[in-house]
Design a binder for this molecule. Structure first.
Ligand code: HEM
Ligand SMILES: *[C@@H]1O[C@H](CO)[C@@H](O)[C@H](O)[C@H]1NC(C)=O
Ligand SMILES: *[C@@H]1O[C@H](CO)[C@@H](O)[C@H](O)[C@H]1NC(C)=O
Length: 324
């Protein structure tokens, strides 16, 4: 009997280890159950904060998703995008590439609630990763579990934002840039599908509308009618917003349908339909939402683990805007 109990004990322990990712070797120290002992309600608190925010303003889902991307691509997923500038340091968020990042207040609200329940436990980088995940879900996208345990970084410098892809890149340049971070072309197209949410401002695409290059005034990859739509948007100024697709608050495949009709808003969107190595994925995702959702989840899991900081290389900030 005692042997049997011991056996069960060992089996449960092994199962626990697998669930925690130790056996699968999440070498970066992340695990899906990271907060299960120290802050089991972390998920619920964050989900509530995101839910409250997107109920009152559904466009904030896009803001959260984009902010997580900017966090991970600059200095790794370490909450560096949340840091405010100080007298002696100009932070990432004040780069022109911050291009209208939105949703900081949601992270602050979640952080305040978490500090009341379990002070000093949940990192800002994890809050952002979970908030982006919940935003996707509330917008009608897939729900996926993510590993946690990211530590917050102590560096946030305007010059690091050079690591973000500009919207002028063509498909082969995008493949190369994402490839350097371990993403396949398929991952990159799936991640670009994040543009199923949100808007771009005229300043991000106006270079396609006049003096495009030496051979054409208007970017020849845009549908003629859609070029008129974009010009009309821009007639209201550089900050005028153009939704990426017909359903800006719904996580669906309308973005890929738009690319097929040459109604992509950014050059970096439309080029995915022109590149031989990316076009097949655009067509597949447009046709098959389940495949898009699967690939998007997988790519987001990868993105959410870019250069995460371990142990003393990071900290758990008590205010997401300030280094401790
Ligand atoms: C493939 C390379 C990418 C480029 C060149 C790019 C570029 C841009 C640009 C220029 C904007 C518009 C900003 C503005 O005008 O205000 C934008 C918006 C957005 N991006 Fe990307 N992006 C890329 C990939 C991603 C990824 C990987 C994600 C997330 C996983 C993402 C999420 C978003 C979202 C959600 C918006 C809308 C934001 C809002 O409505 O507030 N993007 N992106
Ligand atoms: C983005 O950067 C500009 C300066 O380039 C700054 O004025 C603005 O406040 C920043 N936006 C956010 C949301 O931090
Ligand atoms: C993409 O841009 C690079 C550099 O500007 C250029 O060499 C390459 O030919 C372009 N690729 C495509 C598919 O247009």
């Amino acid at each position: 009997m005692a042997t049997l109990n011991l056996l069960f004990g060992v089996i449960i322990l092994i199962k626990y280890m697998i669930v925690n990712g130790w056996v699968y070797g999440m070498a970066n120290g992340l695990s899906p159950n990271y907060y299960i002992m120290a802050c089991p309600i972390a998920d619920i608190i964050i989900r509530n904060a995101v839910n409250t925010a997107v109920q009152s303003d559904p466009t904030l889902a896009a803001g959260l998703l984009r902010m997580h991307f900017h966090d991970c691509f600059v200095e790794g997923c370490d909450g560096s995008v949340l840091i405010d500038s100080t007298k002696s340091n100009t932070a990432e968020k004040d780069s022109p590439a911050n291009l209208s990042l939105r949703g900081y207040e949601i992270i602050d609200a979640a952080k305040q609630a978490l500090e009341r329940q379990c002070p000093g436990v949940v990192s800002c980088a994890d809050i952002l990763a979970m908030a982006a995940r919940d935003a996707v879900f509330f917008a009608g996208g897939p729900f996926y579990e993510i590993p946690k345990g990211r530590r917050d970084g102590r560096r946030s410098k305007i010059e690091d934002t050079i690591n973000l892809p500009p919207p002028t890149l063509n498909s082969s340049e995008l493949i190369r840039m994402f490839g350097q971070r371990g993403f396949t072309a398929q991952d990159m197209v799936a991640l670009s599908g994040a543009h199923t949410l949100g808007v771009a401002r005229c300043s991000s695409f106006k270079s396609r509308l006049s003096n495009f290059d030496s051979t054409s005034d208007v970017d020849p990859s845009i549908d003629t009618q859609f070029a008129k739509t974009l010009s009309k948007t821009c007639s209201a100024g550089d900050n005028a917003e153009q939704p990426f697709d017909s359903s800006r608050n719904r996580f669906d495949t309308a973005y890929f349908n738009a690319l097929q009709t040459r109604a992509g808003v950014l050059f970096s969107d439309q080029t995915l339909f022109d590149g031989a190595a990316t076009r097949g994925f655009v067509n597949a995702y447009s046709f098959n939402p389940a495949m898009f959702f699967m690939d998007f989840q997988r790519a987001m899991l990868k993105m959410g683990q870019l250069d995460v900081k371990e142990g003393s290389k990071g900290e758990v900030r008590s205010n997401c805007r300030l280094i401790n």
